[in-house]
Each structure stands twice: as structure tokens, then as C-alpha cells.
Design a protein around this ligand. Structure first.
Ligand SMILES: [Zn+2]
Length: 107
């Protein structure tokens, strides 16, 4: 999920660079180059879309790490190897039978 978020972030960055380099001028009947408001509006939409993609990619990359860490925090539990009752995943002593238990390794 983290790699996918980074990929989306890179694609959004490429998209915003392409949109910023977009030519918004057209040649009129007299041969002069004039700025086309429709093309400028298109470029604005592309920039906004790419910015949304960048934000989504950043959130995916950032939140995937947080979710992994939350899985091994104080809310995570496991059964006691001695009595089988639910204890904290980081516990070194069972609160039910007072047996010494080895804390699970954090990944
Ligand atoms: Zn126990």
C-alpha cells in the first residue's frame, strides 16, 4: 500500500508538471498567438486533478505506515500461553495468572 501511494504521488507530480507546461495559446486568423481561455480552464482542471491525486498518494503512503504501527500498540491483544486469557501484546506478565510471558517481537 505504501509503494502504491508513492507511485500515485509520482504520477500526480508528473501530471501537474505536464499541466503546467501545457500550451494555452492558439493562432488566430491574423496569424498572431493569443491565449485561449478554454485551454487555460482545461489546464486549471488538470492541475486541480493532479493535486488531488498527489494528496491521495501522500495520504496512502503516510497512513499505511501508521496502520501497521497501530496493529502492535496497546490495543493489540493475544492469548496468554499459560492460562489462555486475553493479555496485552506487549505484556511480560499475565494479569490473570501472573505467569511471566515473553513479549512478542515488534516487526
Ligand atoms: Zn495467564
Amino acid at each position: 500500500m505504501r509503494g502504491f501511494g508513492i507511485l500515485i504521488l509520482v504520477l500526480g507530480t508528473i501530471g501537474i508538471m505536464l499541466a503546467l507546461n501545457m500550451d494555452t495559446s492558439v493562432t488566430n486568423s491574423a496569424g498572431a498567438k493569443v491565449t485561449d481561455l478554454g485551454l487555460m480552464a482545461d489546464r486549471q482542471l488538470y492541475i486541480l486533478g493532479a493535486a488531488a491525486v498527489i494528496i491521495a498518494g501522500t495520504l496512502m503512503a503516510a497512513l499505511s505506515g501508521i496502520r501497521k504501527r497501530l496493529a502492535l500498540t496497546d490495543t493489540a491483544t493475544r492469548p496468554c500461553p499459560v492460562c489462555g486469557k486475553t493479555i496485552n501484546i506487549t505484556a511480560v506478565k499475565c494479569t490473570h495468572c501472573a505467569a511471566d510471558v515473553a513479549p512478542l517481537e515488534r516487526k
